[in-house]
Design a protein around this ligand. Structure first.
Ligand code: PGA
Length: 251
């Protein structure tokens, strides 16, 4: 059985005072029935990790460089994330693909580096509205999946987040059938490429305007193992409601 995962992506939000939200979250979910991951900006990784004590919540980065070290001003390597307390990293988010022209090949190289540093990778895939309206969604997702995910992935270090670009931060979400279709497709592709072991253990998250109001119904979809949450992860109140909905879906 795959353990469900609620992941929060703070994006470029959060100063040290905002770690009070993390304190609230771990107090409220002292013994979570699902895995929790919070990805604050890199500036807060060490401070966030230091506040956890023995709490099982994992801290993660939002990106890393493909190289282990070197002359890359402003960049952060996977081992630096790990050194700051990160256990995971989000890679290939559509905002990185758009703002920094990241390609599938770059995402794959970063994922390889992250795995080498012992990090779990949350690799993001998603179609644009034009691609969906042209009925190209599965082709786009299939292409991103084969090119972005490295061969050395395991059931433990690979998490895929399906995030339709048009649903991110927009308040729009696909229908439950649309989400289910893409998640089933990703599962089948992973099983075909990696075999049943890895293919069935890798967790598949849905992301894009997940809120306390829609989380429970999204979590009824088979092959949705949790969520990657942006805006609603910024406050403990909203993220906690989503975590509670995910916990309820496991019973
Ligand atoms: P959102 O972002 O929940 O604010 O739509 C999701 C994401 O980009 O990971």
């Amino acid at each position: 059985m795959r353990r469900k995962l609620a992941a929060g992506n703070w994006k470029m939000n959060g100063l040290s005072t905002d770690l009070a939200e993390l304190d609230r979250l771990i107090t409220r979910h002292a013994a979570p029935a699902v895995d929790l991951l919070l990805c604050p900006p890199a500036t807060l990784l060490a401070a966030a990790s230091a506040r956890l004590g023995n709490h099982p919540l994992l801290i993660g980065g939002q990106d890393c460089h493909a190289a282990a070290s070197g002359a890359h001003t402003g960049d952060i390597s996977a081992s630096m994330l790990a050194d700051a307390g990160a256990r995971a990293v989000i890679l290939g988010h559509s905002e990185r693909r758009q703002d920094h022209e990241e390609t599938d090949q770059m995402v794959r190289a970063k994922a390889r580096a992250a795995h080498a540093a012992g990090l779990t990778t949350v690799i993001c895939l998603g179609e644009s509205l034009d691609e969906r309206e042209a009925a190209n969604t599965l082709d786009i997702i299939g292409g991103q999946l084969s090119a972005s995910v490295p061969d050395n992935s395991t059931g433990e270090n690979l998490v895929i987040a399906y995030e339709p670009i048009w649903a991110i931060g927009s308040g729009l979400t696909p229908t439950l059938d649309q989400i289910g279709e893409v998640h089933d497709f990703i599962r089948t592709r992973l099983e075909r490429r990696f075999g049943a072991g890895v293919g069935r253990s890798a967790r598949l998250l849905y992301g894009g305007s997940v809120k306390p109001e829609n989380a429970a119904e999204i979590f009824t979809i088979s092959n949705v193992d949790g969520a990657l949450v942006g805006g609603a992860s910024l406050t403990a109140d909203d993220f906690s409601a989503i975590i509670t909905a995910l916990e309820a879906s496991t019973t």
